[in-house]
Design a protein around this ligand. Sequence first.
Ligand SMILES: NC(=O)c1ccc[n+]([C@@H]2O[C@H](COP(=O)([O-])OP(=O)(O)OC[C@H]3O[C@@H](n4cnc5c(N)ncnc54)[C@H](OP(=O)(O)O)[C@@H]3O)[C@@H](O)[C@H]2O)c1
Length: 279
Amino acid sequence: MPDSDSANLGDLPGPLVLIGAGKMGGAMLQGWLRLGLDPRDAVVFEPQPSAEIAALGARGVRLNPQAATVRAAAAMLIAVKPQVAAEVVPRYAAMAGAGTVVVSIMAGKTLRAIAGLLPPGAAIVRTMPNTPAAIGRGITVAVANPHVTAAQRTLAHNLLAATGAVEWVADEALLDAVTAVSGSGPAYVFLLAEALAQAGVAAGLPAELAAKLARETVAGSGELLHQSELDAAVLRQNVTSPGGTTAAALDVLMGPQGLAALMEQAVAAATRRSRELAG
Ligand SMILES: NC(=O)c1ccc[n+]([C@@H]2O[C@H](COP(=O)([O-])OP(=O)(O)OC[C@H]3O[C@@H](n4cnc5c(N)ncnc54)[C@H](OP(=O)(O)O)[C@@H]3O)[C@@H](O)[C@H]2O)c1
């Protein structure tokens, strides 16, 4: 059963405050409402709400109320760009009471940096989501600071599960490698679709057909992987007959300068960059 099916957002000890309802924050809010969040329990701060977010006002979501009218939040999700965090987060910090769990999805902002913008002793969960969250198929990795209680961790988990799978790590340092694998990973998969289409053109296919074949192959294989209980390696072996066409291609892709070596270099480069940007 996907994580999101077991989440229960119908009974919260206080409002759920969303700071920043852009692409990621907006997708999370829609997911929470699908999971049974009472719209009257949602408070959204967003200077330029999209039409979809503005329309939620009619369902009871409070959009940009006076901060002082918001009583202690059960959870506060920070989904603004990391570059504006230092300016924006302190404006809302007073809504984070003793019982509030603050969940940040800001790429690269460490627990320590986020704590510096909030009242002392704040319970904080730092996370790294990825873009398939927009269709409820993301994966988010989370790490909690020592002030987060078991109940707050469960609430944070349920909030994050609204956009896909959730994994927890105890060591914050792993978030750099997580960023390099699942945070940036969708771009690698899109590149695979681009490269496969280009290779199809080089092999003589019309560009439009090559693009369609590559797109549907990447998307369909991703879905097969999602639905199957088999490992990727087993699925690969299942479509590879000895001496056949797939084997001929895999001899190239799995050679010494092949995809595994390239991917290792790529992930190492992204991990290094994530460390450089952390703050
Ligand atoms: N997109 C991804 O793949 C991805 C993956 C992992 C993590 N993240 C993280 O998710 C966060 C959000 O990314 P995003 O792609 O959703 O960005 P986004 O679409 O730009 O969303 C950020 C939103 O915050 C709003 N905002 C700015 N100032 C505010 C304020 N004072 N109070 C309330 N809201 C304010 C922005 O409004 P304006 O447009 O008016 O400035 C915008 O709507 C980032 O920290 C990013 O690092 C994103």
